[in-house]
Ligand binder design. Structure first.
Ligand code: PGA
Length: 225
């Protein structure tokens, strides 16, 4: 099983979300081969788009799971602006935690991220915990890590599959996570390089996932392996 994860970041209004799912659904219905059974496809829209995305997944009958891009470190309560794991669990199965954009722009750090991961796990959400290098701490209980070197994010220069696989193996050998996906300038052209071996369990795509045609192409290429 390989994970194909799309992180939309802070993008798309509701009209664009509808168009994305309509376009994806057309491609899926025209081309589905059954091979998608070996893939777990996860889309992570903004919080405000999650209800709509869930409805669209259901109405188009798509094999897509949803994830959030962040979660509050607190339970429900007086935490203005936060979205708790309890609130999220109605809508998503996964949550991205510790993306470098949150670490760098919002000063999120180790202790806070441990709290976020603990809240997610308590509510049975599966954290996709981002690590920037092999030294990044992974909180206890996290099963999916995403290796995303900062220099590869949104730059068009991806990590080499060999290095990514080496880091994935290190994380798994040290029992820090069971699964490791790679993120950073993944494209339909380079995706197979990352997924070909057994070390890397999937990819996390940012920019490319905004385009349903390119995201579908990633899926088709991954399914061809
Ligand atoms: P990118 O982003 O695919 O646009 O490089 C990856 C990510 O930040 O998860």
């Amino acid at each position: 099983m390989k994970y194909i994860i799309g992180n939309w970041k802070s993008n798309k209004d509701s009209r664009e979300v509808t168009i994305w799912f309509e376009t994806f659904a057309k491609l899926y219905k025209k081309n589905k081969t059954g091979k998608l059974n070996n893939l777990k496809v996860i889309i992570c829209p903004s919080f405000v788009q999650l209800v709509q995305a869930k409805q669209l997944v259901i109405s188009h009958n798509l094999p897509i799971k949803l994830g959030a891009q962040d979660v509050s470190p607190f339970a429900n309560g007086p935490y203005t602006g936060e979205v708790s794991a309890t609130q999220l669990k109605e809508l998503v199965e996964y949550v991205v935690i510790g993306h470098s954009e949150r670490r760098n722009n919002f000063q999120e750090n180790g202790g806070l991220l441990v709290q976020k991961a603990a809240m997610a796990i308590k509510e049975r959400l599966k954290p996709i915990f981002c690590i920037q290098d092999p030294k990044t701490t992974i909180p206890p209980g996290v099963s999916i890590a995403a290796y995303e070197p900062v220099w590869a994010i949104g730059t068009g220069t991806a990590e080499t599959p060999e290095n990514a696989a080496k880091i994935a193996r290190q994380v798994k050998q040290n029992k820090l996570a069971n699964l490791v996906v790679y993120g950073g300038s993944v494209t339909p052209e380079n995706v197979c390089g990352f997924l070909a071996g057994s070390s890397i369990d999937g990819i996390l795509a940012g920019g490319v996932s905004l385009d349903p045609v390119k995201f579908w192409q990633i899926i088709v290429n991954a399914a061809s392996l």
